[in-house]
Design a binder for this molecule. Sequence first.
Ligand code: SF4
Length: 188
Amino acid sequence: ANNGKVDINNLDTLAKISFPLCMQQLHQRLRKEHHLKHFARLQYILFIKGIGVTLEDALRFWKSEFTKKMDPEKFDKSHAYNVRHSYGKVGKMANYSPQSCLKIINSNVGPSEAHGCPFKHQDQSTLKKNLLQNGLSSIDSQEVLDFVRRGHYQIACGIYFQKMHGVDKVIINHPNHYFDESQMVLNN
Ligand code: SF4
């Protein structure tokens, strides 16, 4: 339903103001390292599809980053297919859904991998640093971390949302829901 809603040129801004932490970190990693590993690619491409980035824009975005470190031919051969595949345009033509929090929280994340849920997979000092960097006060980040310590990752994410948007009572169970809610709050 969101198809074509998001202009690729706004991704940096949107990542800052409306992405949940799990997707913000993938966006930043891609911009910084011009590469994402397999599971991170999958997690992120389905998310941006879900927020309304068209296939053409997604290919342009992905290619512009990856080819900073990779031949365009190699990109076209090995990565363009995967982007099209995620959009259901090749292969089984399945319309893959963006991943839910549950799936992301339960994924296995290796040492140098960027996918997963920061509330679950990031060590607490890095997480705290990121919360503060994004503008949370130290009291507010403490509140978030208290839920993390008790294993309530989605609640922690909901509290983070509330603090970032100045609202209360938000339940987060999907990164794309986080994005839609955020846009609703910000555009009202
Ligand atoms: Fe992303 Fe869900 Fe984790 Fe929030 S709780 S950071 S939306 S996976």
